[in-house]
Every structure is written in C-alpha cells, then in structure tokens.
Design a protein around this ligand. Structure first.
Ligand SMILES: [Zn+2]
Ligand SMILES: [Zn+2]
Length: 201
C-alpha cells in the first residue's frame, strides 16, 4: 500500500445537533401517526418516518465532520465515510477521525466513483473494474427526461458490471440533473478526469 496523506477532521456540532433534531422530529411524527391514523396508509407513512429517523441519526453520527481535503486543502463540510471533494474532485475516506486520500489503486466492490460526463467525452484505455489495460468495451445506455445517450465504456476480459451510467443533482444549474459515469476503479476515475481536463492533483 502506498502512503497517502491525511488531515484531521473535527465533528461539526452544529450539523450533528441539527440532524439529531430532525431524527427526533421524524420519530415523533411516526409515533403520532400510529395513534392518529392506525390504518394501513398511516402505518406505512409512520414506517417511512422511522426509516428517515434512522437515516438522519446515522448521518448525524457518521457524516457530520468538517475537514480540509488532503489533496487540495479545500475545507469540506458534512463529510463522513467516502467523500468526493467539491473543489478538486479527489475522493477521500474518513477513518478514525482522519480524512485520508484514497489509495491510487483502490478498487471498490461496487461502481461508486462518480464523474460528470462531459461533452465530448474521452475514455482512458483502462478497465473500469481494475484499472489495468482494457481489452474490450461495452455500450451502456441511460435514459432520463433531460438526456438520453449511449456510451462505450472500457473493460478487461475479467470484468463486467463495474461501470454504470447515472445522474446527480448539481446545485446552481439550470438543469440540475446531470449525467455521471460511476466506476469501481479509482485509477480509471482519475485518468478519466485527467483526459477530460478536470484532473485530480
Ligand atoms: Zn480537494
Ligand atoms: Zn478489469
């Protein structure tokens, strides 16, 4: 394993508190619904409230840190788990109160490294699953209201299903739903950004 740099993170008590407060509100709404509307629809909404309660309490505990990106130094708020820097687009991981750079050869079990698909789009000749030289490509398709297109995505002989097309909500845009390519290999992700002029580092 290569040595990667890291920065310390601190808990944002404001985010933690706000999220816990939302958790309590969802829990109270769930309990109230069970009493006020004990029919199937009411119980279903109450269950959804409980799920939301668990999700925000989890976010309060695990995703309420503030720290500087170990790659570019930009301060990132509400980080936890795996995080993509909003400034340099490098991914990092929050582990034991440290914001660590991803290992350059890191490969995830699922395609979770998400890169905006530019127009035109250039593909590195690397497998999206392992980051080694690609030997073939597959045509992936995405259909949304705002856009629909096919994209040839590279793989090696061993990997398939290690890339997918999806969309993300981008703030401050006229059409906030933007297409992204999600891959499992961090090496591929970085090369993809570099080739398309949005390099990490
Ligand atoms: Zn950064
Ligand atoms: Zn591969």
């Amino acid at each position: 394993m290569e040595i990667v740099s890291y920065t310390p993170v601190t808990r944002s008590w404001r985010n933690t508190f706000l999220r816990l407060l939302f958790g309590v509100i969802f829990a109270a709404a769930g309990v109230l619904l069970v009493f006020l509307r004990p029919d199937p629809a009411g119980i279903l909404i109450a269950l959804l409230c409980v799920l939301m309660c668990v999700a925000v309490i989890w976010a309060a505990i695990a995703n309420s840190y503030t720290g500087a990106c170990p790659t570019c130094g930009a301060v990132q708020k509400a980080v936890g788990g795996m995080h993509r820097c909003g400034n340099c687009l490098a991914y990092g991981e929050i582990v034991e109160r440290q914001y660590r750079q991803m290992q350059p050869d890191c490969v995830l079990n699922a395609p979770l490294f998400a890169a905006l698909i530019p127009e035109p789009c250039y593909m590195p000749k690397l497998c999206t699953g392992c980051g080694m030289t690609s030997t073939r490509s597959e045509r992936l398709r995405i259909i949304r209201t705002e856009f629909a297109f096919d994209l040839e995505v590279p793989f090696c002989d061993l990997h398939r299903g290690t890339a997918e097309l999806g969309s993300e909500i981008a703030e401050g845009r006229k059409h906030p739903n933007i297409p992204v390519l999600r891959v499992a290999s961090y090496r591929f992700y970085r090369e993809f950004l570099k080739l398309n002029g949005r390099g990490v580092e």
